[in-house]
Design a protein around this ligand. Structure first.
Ligand code: FMN
Length: 483
């Protein structure tokens, strides 16, 4: 019997769990050209089942793509090895507490594994054998890497990073990848290039979902994601060692390339535009570094993980583990008291930060909100709206948050706008003239939707049935709740 905190060890095991729950739909015969993108988008909007595409147009049966696998909070909890019964705020707390005890669990090197079932080398190398969708009409090409885990090693320090950076297909042996300035793979590849060397790279296009999750989390410099996965699942990740690069390759991946990224003055190709996490094409097309493929590994009937951005308030994860955990931990380190919950909503889990607190003194909400505004800084237009609510509001529930904003904040006194925070070129609201002068700044808005502290005790009472009355009524008429 599977425990609900067991972590799926590869993508197909995860999909099997979803299938057994009736949460996986098989789609046969879809076109890689825009059709898969559209179906994924519609299903993500509806928070529908995960999709497994097979018999994709122009490709043999068995060359599959899985999408929409993380848009429901239960899917994410299964993928990340968390008990499904946790509320979303409890899930954030669960990971926060786990991280406080972190001890690295390095990968286990093995000689064989499913990824060695098929290997293509030399003139057999052809990445075009695998379906890469064109996800949206204005995309500049076919993107095989959206749910990708890219592995690089630091030349001087020797630690191995895994990060998610989009990957476009150019020809049968050439890919390019876009990683924003400051990302760990960018820092690492520049060290090789500074010495005139090509940077060794491994890309997994379908892997254990927990590894993909950790590849997107933004762990600190020097913390290897493979060790981190080992710690979270309480079991080392099995890896084989890549013949070309010497890099570790998760042995249960679905499709992997090994290759080298030459300095951009040797080779670079136009990359993009690509529908970004904000839901726009704000950063256009640029020359980006390429990867020259030296080896392709794949399992029988490989499954590529597709995770393109869709326009939604949760276009990455329903439970914002990355930003919420870091911010909550940082605020606690400052010694600020009374925080009961913290959530980050909006595209990329970045834009709307909601903090619930038990107000203890005049100005408490303002103190916490300004600290959060200052600390939530990673990525374009991050933390643009900071909302504080009382502790009877669940910050993960936007209906409740909106109700508090509508009924507890007087716009004349509760809203403050502060300009001049760092944003980025990906911010779609930057006016052309600001963009031209390189002014990538944004304002932040602070909304205090807590009952005003100095008269909170005489604020009108809430008209809601007490938990006891609800419980009794539900027990008495439980039939109507089972339908
Ligand atoms: C689905 C998804 C796609 C992403 N695509 C990119 C991308 O194309 N380029 C990029 O720089 N960051 C992208 N990110 C964000 C990075 O994966 C994230 O910042 C991660 O922490 C980078 O790893 P690193 O900290 O080891 O550099 C994406 C995140 C997600 C969830």
């Amino acid at each position: 019997m599977k425990k609900d905190s067991d972590t799926p060890q590869d993508l197909r095991e995860f999909l099997k769990i979803l299938e057994e729950k009736g949460d996986l739909a098989l789609v046969e015969g879809a076109d890689w050209n825009l059709e898969i993108g559209a179906l994924n988008e519609i299903m993500a909007e509806r928070k529908g089942p995960a999709l497994l595409f097979d018999k994709i147009k122009d490709y043999p049966k068995g060359y599959r793509i899985a999408t929409n696998v993380l848009y429901r909070d239960t899917f994410q909890k299964i993928a990340f090895g968390m008990p499904e019964k946790l509320s979303n705020i409890e899930a954030i707390r669960y990971w926060m507490d786990k991280l406080k005890e972190y001890v690295p669990v390095p990968p286990n090197i093995v000689d064989s594994g499913p990824i060695l079932e098929n290997v293509l080398e030399g003139s057999d190398i052809d990445i075009l054998k695998f379906p890469a969708p064109k996800w949206h009409e204005l995309d500049g090409g076919r993107y095989i890497g959206t749910g990708v885990s890219t592995i690089t090693k630091d030349l001087n320090e020797g630690w191995v990073n895994v990060g998610t950076y989009r990957v476009m297909v150019h020809d049968k042996e050439t890919l390019s990848f876009y990683a924003s300035p400051g990302k760990h793979a960018v820092i690492m590849r520049e060290k090789y290039w500074a010495q005139g060397k090509d940077c060794p790279v491994v890309m997994c296009f379908g892997q254990q979902p927990l590894l993909f999750g950790c590849a997107t989390l933004g762990l600190p410099w020097g913390v290897p994601e493979l060790d981190f996965v080992g710690y979270i699942q309480n079991k080392p990740v099995d890896v084989i060692i890549g013949k070309e690069t010497g890099l570790p390759i998760p042995a249960n991946s679905e499709l992997v390339i090994e290759g080298f990224s030459p300095p951009p003055d040797k080779d670079g190709r136009p990359e993009g535009p690509f529908g970004e996490w904000t839901g726009y094409y704000a950063s256009g097309k640029r020359n980006e570094p390429v990867i020259r493929i030296k080896r392709i590994y794949f399992r029988n009937d490989p499954i590529i993980l597709g995770q393109p951005a869709v326009i939604s308030s949760i276009n990455v994860y329903p439970v914002p583990l990355h930003n919420a955990i870091k911010l909550w931990t940082d605020i606690e380190k400052l010694g600020l008291q009374g925080i009961k919950g913290l959530y980050v909503h909006g595209p990329g889990n970045r834009i709307i930060c909601v903090i619930s607190l038990q107000q203890k003194f005049l100005g408490h909400a303002r103190q916490v909100a300004t600290a959060a505004g200052a600390l939530l800084v990673e990525g374009a237009c991050t933390g643009r709206y900071i909302i504080t609510v009382d502790d009877d509001i669940d910050p993960s529930n936007l209906d409740e948050v909106l109700w508090a904003v509508c009924t507890r904040s007087d716009p004349e006194t509760a809203i403050h706008i502060m300009p001049g925070f760092l944003s980025s070129p990906l911010d779609p609201t930057l006016p052309p003239e600001k963009r031209e002068r390189g002014d990538y700044t944004t304002a932040k808005v602070f909304i205090n939707a807590c009952r005003p502290y100095h008269w909170k005790d005489s604020f009108p009472p809430i008209s809601i049935s007490s938990p006891e009355i609800r419980e009794k009524a539900m027990m008495k008429f439980k039939d109507i709740f089972e339908k």
